[in-house]
Design a protein around this ligand. Structure first.
Ligand code: SF4
Length: 342
C-alpha cells in the first residue's frame, strides 16, 4: 500500500508532516474546466525554427516513475511532487476543443505537435476520457505532424486514428529490459514486454516507431542498452535515443533517493549515488542546463559509445530525443531545451 509522501513544496510558505504513519493514498481526479490553452511552446535550439510544441491533456501521472522530471510541475498547482503527482490527477476535458481553436489560428506556423513531456498521453485515465484520442483526431483534420511518447500499450487503441495522421512517430520510453529491473523506478507502468508488444503492433501497421532509453541511470541500466536496442529492432523500431538521468529539483531528488532506499539494496543505492555524483561533479543535480541530459566522466563516454555502437550495428537512426520521423538529416546537436509548461 502506498502512503502519502511529498517533499515540502518550495512554493508554499508552510509544510506539514504527519505525526505517525501517513494515511494511504487514494486516486483523486480533478476536472479543470478553466484551461485556456493546450499547446505549450517550448524552446528547443535543435528543432525547426528553434521551437517545439507540446500537448498534454492531463497533469500528474499515475505511472509514478520516481525519476520523472514532470513531478515539479505539480508543485506549481500547490500539490506535492511525491505521491500527489501520482494520485491527484488533473484532467483537461476541453483539451480537444481548445486544440481545434488554437490550430485554427496557428496551423500555418505549427511545424509539429509532441504529445508528452508533462504526463504520459496514455495514462490509464485516457482509457475512459479519450482526450488524447480526440486531440489526435483534430491533428488529422488539420494535417499536423505528430510525435507521441508513451510507456503504455493503450496507444494501440488509437491505431485507426494514428494511421490517418499525415506524419507521425510513436516513441516508447523503455529504459529497462525486464519488469524486475523496471520495478524499483517505474512501479506502476506497463511492464517493458507490454511496451515492446505495442511497438510491434504499431510497426506492423506501418507506423514509424522508436525507443527512448531514458533515463540512463549510472551504475544501474547501462548494461540493458544492447538488449533493449535488439528487442526494439525485432519490434520494428527505426529510431533510438538515450539520455542521462536528470534530477531537476530538490523535491525530485528527495523522493527519488527515498524510493531507491525503499526498493534497492543499500550497496546498489550507494553505487548509483556515487556514480551519479561523479557525473554531476558532486551531488545528484546537474549544475547547468547544458549538462542536463549528459554526463561528464570517461565512464559516461563509454556508455554513450556503447549506445552508438549498438544503435549503428542495428541500423537505427539516432536522434537526441523523440522526433517526427521525416527522413531528415540526423541531428547532431545536444543543445539544452528550456521548456515552458502550462
Ligand atoms: S510515464 Fe512519463 S510522465 Fe508518467 S511518471 Fe513516467 S516519466 Fe513521468
Amino acid at each position: 500500500m502506498r502512503h502519502v509522501k511529498n517533499p515540502p513544496n518550495p512554493y508554499n510558505r508552510y509544510s506539514a508532516e504527519y505525526v505517525g504513519k501517513p494515511p494511504p493514498t487514494k486516486l483523486e481526479v480533478f476536472e479543470e474546466t478553466a484551461t485556456k490553452k493546450v499547446i505549450t511552446k517550448a524552446f528547443a535550439s535543435d528543432w525547426e525554427g528553434g521551437w517545439r510544441y507540446t500537448v498534454n491533456c492531463y497533469r500528474g501521472c499515475i505511472h509514478g516513475c520516481t525519476y520523472c522530471f514532470a513531478r515539479q510541475y505539480h508543485e506549481y498547482l500547490g500539490y506535492g511532487a511525491g505521491t500527489d503527482f501520482e494520485t491527484k490527477i488533473v484532467v483537461k476535458p476541453n483539451a480537444p476543443e481548445l486544440l481545434r481553436q488554437e490550430l485554427k489560428k496557428t496551423r500555418d506556423k505549427m511545424p509539429h505537435l509532441d504529445f508528452s513531456f508533462a504526463t504520459d498521453p496514455y495514462l490509464p485515465l485516457e482509457a475512459e476520457y479519450k482526450l488524447t484520442r480526440q486531440c489526435l483526431e483534430v491533428c488529422v483534420e488539420f494535417r499536423v505532424p505528430v510525435a507521441i511518447i508513451t510507456k503504455s500499450p493503450l496507444v494501440t487503441r488509437d491505431l485507426d486514428i494514428i494511421t490517418k495522421l499525415s506524419e507521425v512517430s510513436v516513441f516508447f520510453s523503455l529504459p529497462f529490459l525486464t519488469k524486475e529491473r523496471s520495478n524499483p523506478f517505474e512501479p506502476y507502468t506497463p511492464i517493458p514486454e507490454a511496451r515492446f508488444r505495442a511497438m510491434r503492433t504499431l510497426s506492423d501497421a506501418g507506423v514509424k516507431t522508436g525507443i527512448g532509453i531514458a533515463p540512463v541511470i549510472p551504475g544501474y541500466n547501462e548494461s540493458d542498452m544492447p538488449g533493449l536496442l535488439e528487442r526494439a529492432k525485432e519490434c520494428g523500431a527505426q529510431r533510438a535515443f538515450m539520455s542521462m538521468l536528470h534530477i531537476d529539483t530538490d523535491s525530485i531528488e528527495e523522493y527519488f533517493v527515498q524510493k531507491m532506499n525503499e526498493r534497492l539494496p543499500e550497496t546498489r543505492v550507494r553505487k548509483i549515488i556515487n556514480m551519479m555524483s561523479r557525473e554531476r561533479g558532486g551531488g545528484l543535480r546537474h549544475r547547468s542546463y547544458a549538462e542536463r541530459r549528459t554526463g561528464r566522466t570517461e565512464q559516461w563516454k563509454v556508455t554513450k559509445k556503447l549506445f552508438d555502437f549498438h544503435a549503428k550495428r542495428l541500423g537505427f537512426k539516432q536522434s537526441e530525443r523523440a522526433v517526427v520521423d521525416r527522413d531528415e538529416p540526423e541531428t547532431t546537436a545536444a543543445e539544452p531545451v528550456q521548456q515552458r509548461l502550462f
